[in-house]
Design a protein around this ligand. Structure first.
Ligand SMILES: Nc1nc2c([nH]c(=O)n2[C@H]2C[C@H](O)[C@@H](COP(=O)(O)OP(=O)(O)OP(=O)(O)O)O2)c(=O)[nH]1
Ligand SMILES: [Mg+2]
Length: 129
């Protein structure tokens, strides 16, 4: 099974992270996510992240840093999550595609239902901040 390369943004502001609720009908639907999406052929991770965050939550990324890379096999899909923290952006994020979204305190992230692969990201975040 081929691996999908995904750019994922951990958008940080005052100890909170911006999270979106994945639509029911997509893979890992009904779970929370850090916004992002597939890296198209010929795109860098930064380009994909900037594009996906503009499309999905209406912000312009101004400062991002590589945070970690996670490979996960969901059984029905293999993903390679290329996670960057986003510490500078223009605009107020919102669910531009009609998805629910909210700012969540970093320390409360594990109280929400995220895809399995996100557990390691959250633990790394909670240790790092
Ligand atoms: N965006 C995002 N995807 C995640 C996270 N954790 C995780 O396992 N994934 C998986 C779910 C999907 O199988 C895969 C790609 O995410 P995606 O469905 O958002 O890709 P996409 O935005 O390009 O797809 P689409 O919305 O355009 O249909 O990565 C996460 O925190 N954020
Ligand atoms: Mg997406």
């Amino acid at each position: 099974m081929k691996e999908v390369h995904v750019a994922v943004g951990v958008i940080l502001k005052d100890g909170n992270v911006f999270v979106c609720l994945r639509p029911q009908q997509v893979h890992q639907g009904g779970k929370w996510e850090f916004p992002g999406g597939k890296v198209d052929a010929g795109e860098t991770v930064e380009e994909a992240l900037t594009r996906e965050l503009a499309e999905e939550i209406g912000i312009t990324v101004e400062a991002s840093q590589p945070f970690m890379v996670i490979q996960h096999d969901y059984g029905d899909k293999r993903v390679r999550l290329d996670i960057h923290t986003v510490t500078g952006f223009v605009g107020e994020p919102y669910g531009r595609e009609g998805q629910r979204s909210r700012w969540c305190p970093v320390k409360e992230l594990l109280e929400s239902d995220f895809p399995e692969a996100n557990r390691a990201i959250i633990q790394h975040l909670q240790n790092a901040l």
